[in-house]
Ligand binder design. Sequence first.
Ligand SMILES: Cc1ncc(COP(=O)(O)O)c(C=O)c1O
Length: 453
Amino acid sequence: MNSRFFPIIHRTNNYRNLFIGIDSPVPLRDGTSIPGVNFDNGATTPPLLSVMEEISRFAPHYGSVHRGTGYKSIISSEIYEQARKEVLRFVGGDYQRDTVIFVKNTTEALNKLANRLYSKHKNGIVLTTWMEHHSNLLPWREKFKIDYIDIDEQGRLKLDDLQTKLERYQGLVKLVTVSGASNVTGHRNHIHQIAEIAHRYGAKICVDGAQLVPHAPVNMGPSNYLGHIDYLAFSGHKMYAPFGAGVLIGPRETFEEGAPDYTGGGTARIVTPDRVIWYEAPQREEAGTPNLMGVVALLAAIRTLTAIGMKRIQSHEEELLAYTYEKLRWLGGLYFYGGIPLNKEQLSQRIGVISFNVAGMYHQDVAEFLAQEGGISVRNGCFCAQPYVQRLLNISREQMEMHLYNPTLPQPGMVRLSFGLYNTKEEIDRLMDVLSKIVRKKTWSGAVAAPPH
Ligand SMILES: Cc1ncc(COP(=O)(O)O)c(C=O)c1O
């Protein structure tokens, strides 16, 4: 399906012709417009051409999933079920052990898992970390007693603290839940090492793969490997497949007992006026008509990314990261959060995310300047990872109390660049031109950027 693109890719290492809309013009402050540059891929990504083509190709065959005997319904159900197998293969899941549940996004996946595990382990403890996105924090905090695995001054997880906490809680920890890669610093976690430690103490591991799965190979591994991943969540829209499909993968047995979190159509095998027998997972966990187009899009993206090769994608993005740091370091007047990777080994522990502040300037002003003067989209603020950003900015609990009482105070934050497969060094050069203007100009609207620890 996608193969016609690949001879071009492999010769030129240019992935831009695989995407839609990445050169669309955006307006500037002076009334002119230029092709936009998108360095906000951590939030969401533009669609792959192959995804849009597959949506159009499939549309005439679109029908109901699991709900009809008509031809289109049969085709639709087959594709939907086939997608589970391909998703599992893409992340090295175990066919015997795992089930693939389609959801809206990572947030829904993690909420679903929290609901399900709560019905099994009401008094269990969940270890999360200081570096999590709110989506891998609040669903657990709402239900369980939780504790945070600590981070070092560069924002990396302290594995000795994981070990200490597992020992301290003496078997009560049922789950260790960590991001595969941070959406703030780009640090990748040693997920298999964490899994080994967790499993030794009888806990399972969940990986929030929202930022890892689109950017590097992931292999959950077989059950007989101590470092296997028990649960994995990720989102299609962060891997070039909009249309609202996400994934939760986990052992089938996790979803065997109790009522699903949402009930209704598609979840029940038999319903009488006063009794119900649920389907097995994954069907019981997917209430209502499934998002088939979302799954078709996700499948097309997975096929394209696989054909390019996740290793190749990782090294392309590492190269962009190295190039950007090299340029940014010499610009002066910037604070970086998470430390600067200095060699290949350190680069391989990152995804293409850089968070920084311009000394003396408010993050919002920097982000607006980049957009309005340079047509460059970035994200600014706390990126839905407020406790982590507060730690990196060295903001005390007392200072945060002030914000709790006065939410209109300028919020602390940073500026974030997050790369995608299609970004280029030329785009980074454009960023440098605009950033150097900012650093020289320093328009300031009232709140000063905080240096890192
Ligand atoms: C690390 C991480 N986890 C979870 C999420 C939530 O993803 P979604 O909005 O697709 O649910 C994000 C989104 O930015 C993220 O970066």
